[in-house]
Design a protein around this ligand. Structure first.
Ligand code: C2E
Ligand code: CA
Ligand code: CA
Ligand code: CA
Length: 276
């Protein structure tokens, strides 16, 4: 597969069904990956859906193993979550993304994916505050993306952590909306700035599926009335752009606007946008 990059992971689908032996090898390798500098971030453009103008980027993690090649996040993030490696990896992602965005010539926004496990650590809000302070990034430029799974676990610790993060002035967005256990209640109880509509809906809608179109319309109407932005994910064609534009999504992201880019290219794109 094009994800595997050869080696022993080649034969497996990039799903959660990782065989026990492969899992052990992967877990062992993952423990060393951050320390040995095998991780890097790519930056995918997020644009204004109406104008196509650059708003910022989503930081997406990449792991290049010296033997196994590129291992996709869909394969190692779940493992990192199960093995409690995610706090360290996630902190590296957050600090790296903040430090990079602070160097950009324009105040573009940077979105960072946060696993619910990270939010269940009481120290996480302090980590966010420290990443902002040490990078000098304005809090309003940082957007944390969380999924609905954050609300599933017992107890209110994650919600309390989210509140502390919001009080820092950081933005919060609800990722993969519509794929999980969507409850509109979450939107009432937590101050999300934006809802990201999963690629699956965008695809179904672009194939003309009436239900998908109706759901996107309803989500956009709801978000509008709550003063939240809506990001259409996985926009791959001009037609899809026109569709999400017509429905009224405020932001868009997808291969049509740009692949996840190496850091230098993202930085250049920001500079270019500034001059335009
Ligand atoms: P996500 O947060 O929903 O990120 C969007 C995914 O869709 C990315 O996959 C991106 O490369 C892909 N994508 C963007 N535009 C298009 C498009 O037009 N078509 C298609 N087919 N795909 C598109 P990626 O980079 O493989 O990441 C997969 C997932 O891994 C992410 O889904 C996120 O849940 C997780 N992830 C990635 N980086 C991190 C991280 O730093 N921390 C955590 N906790 N999770 C991460
Ligand atoms: Ca995301
Ligand atoms: Ca998403
Ligand atoms: Ca996802």
């Amino acid at each position: 597969s094009k994800d595997g990059g050869g080696g022993m992971f080649h034969a497996y689908e990039p799903q959660l069904h990782v065989a026990a032996e492969e899992r052990r090898v992967l877990e062992f390798a993952l423990r060393a990956a951050v320390e040995q500098g095998q991780m890097h971030l790519t930056y995918q453009p997020v644009v204004n859906a109406r104008t196509g103008g650059l708003l910022g980027f989503e930081a997406l993690l990449r792991w290049t193993h010296p033997e196994f090649g590129v291992i996709p996040p869909a394969k190692f993030i779940p493992l990192a979550e199960e093995t409690r490696l995610i706090p360290a990896i996630g902190e590296w992602v957050l600090r790296t993304a903040c430090a990079e965005a602070a160097r950009w010539e324009q105040p573009a926004r940077i979105a960072v994916n946060i696993s619910s496990e990270q939010l269940h650590s009481p120290a996480f809000a302090t980590t966010v505050a420290d990443a902002l302070a040490s990078s000098g990034l304005a809090p309003g430029r940082l957007e944390l993306e969380v999924t609905e799974s954050v609300f599933l676990r017992e107890g209110t610790s994650a919600v309390a952590t989210l509140e502390r993060i919001l009080d820092l002035g950081v933005q919060l967005s609800l990722d993969d909306f519509g794929t999980g256990y969507s409850s509109l209640g979450y939107l009432a109880h937590t101050r999300f700035n934006s809802i990201k509509i999963d690629r699956g809906f965008v695809q179904s809608a672009s194939r003309g599926t009436k239900e998908a179109i109706a759901i996107i319309r309803a989500v956009v109407a709801l978000a509008d009335s709550l003063g939240m932005a809506t990001t259409a994910e996985g926009v791959e064609t001009e037609d899809e752009h026109h569709m999400v534009q017509a429905i009224g999504c405020t932001r868009a992201q997808g291969y049509y606007f740009g692949q996840p880019l190496p850091v230098q290219e993202a930085r250049a794109l920001v500079s270019h946008t500034g001059r335009a």
